[in-house]
Design a binder for this molecule. Sequence first.
Ligand code: COA
Length: 704
Amino acid sequence: MKNNTPDIKYLFEPRQVAVIGASHDPAKIGSKILRNIVASGYRGRIYPVNPKGGEILGLPAARSLEEVEGELDVVCTCVPAKFVFESVKASAAKHAKFNLVITSGFSEVGNSREEREITSYARERGMRIIGPNIFGMYSAAAALDMTFGPGGIVPGSVAIITQSGALGLAMIGKTAAENIGLSALVSVGNKADIGEAELLEYLVDDPHTLSIMMYIEGVREGAPLVEILKRVSRRKPVVVIKSGRSRRGAAAAASHTGSLAGSDAVFDAVMRQCGVLRAESVQEGFDLCKFLARTKVPAGRNAVIVTNGGGIGVLATDACEKYGVKLLDDAENLKTVFSQVTPDFGSTKNPIDLTGGATSDHYTGALDAALKDGGIDAVIALYCETAVFDAENLGPMIRENFAKYRDAGKPIVFSAFGGASIDATLRKLSTEKVPIFGDVYDAVRTLGGVYRQYDNLARPPLEPEEAQVDIAAVERLVAGARADGRTFLLAHEGRQLMELVGIRPPQSRVARTLEEAVHCANEIGYPVVLKVVSRDILHKSDAGGVALDLENRGEVIDAYQAILRNCRAAVPDARIDGIEVAEMIAKGLELIVGARRDPGFGPIVMFGLGGIYVEVMKDVSFRAVPIDRTEAMSMMKEIRAYPLLLGVRGEERKDMESVIDAIIRLATVIRRCESISDIEVNPIVVYEEGKGSKAVDVRVLLSK
Ligand code: COA
């Protein structure tokens, strides 16, 4: 299929476009799209297609696509749903490369079958579909606005991919109002064929695109998206906004891993893993994209706040803590840098307080000093409106200093707070593409995003790791369960799986006689546990079928006899297959490790605090597979209970290496054995460093 697919370049840089359903009626969508194509200054050939023929917006309209002569890179389909397949067939017959299906009325309203038929028809003939149910696309590289938006898109360097139509259309006006220049805007709608991943393949190399914003509602076949996002985010910042933090999917999940993963947590974790910056709102997304398209990431972590007000300086300090911006606190260095440019009654401690008497010259003095100092990597410059400030100089001061910082590659964010004149300054600077914020939290949040990007770039690239696992033996084990008509493994099969995978389960054997039980206990080593094995006794403890902490031969003999007696009394007809003799698990820290096939992202792994409260605590982290040891370690560091692994209140540090090993092993199995859908080890008990961990309880579900 891959060879049969056209170069994505022709979607963004088409040489000819046809609009099927270009209308004579200016109120209709087909007419609006044609008008935008013409108005945006597109230099390629434009072919309106309308059964009535004639002329539309001064262009001759073909009565059908067959009448169009020459090649077609892109066809835009805006005819009612019942005619879409026909127009896709006509486009494929003309060997068109891409078809933008604007029309609604497909999978979004339950009509998935026709959508699938259209898509596979097109793909078999080497044509790709965008949509259906989209508002079109804009590409600055081709000066082409092929949307039914309001027009007036400002060309620039931010690319937007959006799954939401209405929001995407509204973004056209919003970006124009905020003077955010766009390099591309693509509506992906139902994503029947082309999704975000393929569009990113173009944008990663597009020299016009400096930052990318994506609005995502759901992810399907996420593995290629993960792969490309990891690559793109190292070259250009990618910001994602995701809606639908719903838990509905979670309710149906059959394992802890499934139910915890059903929440928004997996999306969040995978985006972070990919180096993508997640924004909570469209405004935050715009702020970040705008800023990152205009500024380099800083050289280091040390930021300073320069302010004329103590209160706003404290607010900014709080915001820095919230958004992960580290403030320089080397008092000596700060004094050396700022004492010459700070009034006597001001402060050279971070925040640098220029006091309410500060003028534009004071600001420029302090900002110049910070710019020159190699120990300062970023600046947050705050201004509260005062009567003494030369208000007319605020705008020019900010503009000049921003330019100096930009040229030097050092990030600076400005925030100004005050009345009407401040608002006017904010608006004016914004239209001049100078990043400035009315709210100090918004300014610091944006710098926090820059630092998230800094951290992403500082992370070493992933070196996927796989464990040695006898996959064929695992498949044989699974086949046995399937032959038995099951879609899950029994407890002893789960243990067998752990042995095959290389995660240590507690030692255990089934004894059929008293002598055998004693022999097993001697082999395993004391203390041991005895448990009845019977398909007729579900609640072993209630039937007196369990004995714990048996220290020696005598205790094993007594317990064996007591268990048989108790069980025969409790369930007289029970078939007793034997008595399980198992290692008594020593106390340690109870963790959970899991792996599953996520509906959106494919194979994922989970790590967290385990035991019976796992769903209450929800102290877990996720990653898309493959991972490496560094990534597995970062999963551990992410949970709130991480200090327990380091050892608290005089406890020893835990054997984290053995848990990392277990995570990598589960990642290997879930990636290589399609027949397994969920594996969960809860608890895996971890001991002190060097003493390993034990997989106490294992649940395995098979793919349906
Ligand atoms: N080939 C070429 N042109 C055709 C045609 C065909 N097979 N069948 C119809 N047309 C022409 C019609 O004659 C008409 O032109 P005219 O006005 O000059 O007569 C034009 O195509 C449009 O057809 P019409 O029946 O008037 O449809 P419409 O404009 O009311 O609606 C859509 C068409 C695609 C806009 C509509 O079906 C739709 O899906 N709207 C929702 C779009 C949307 O919201 N998308 C998601 C956004 S996020």
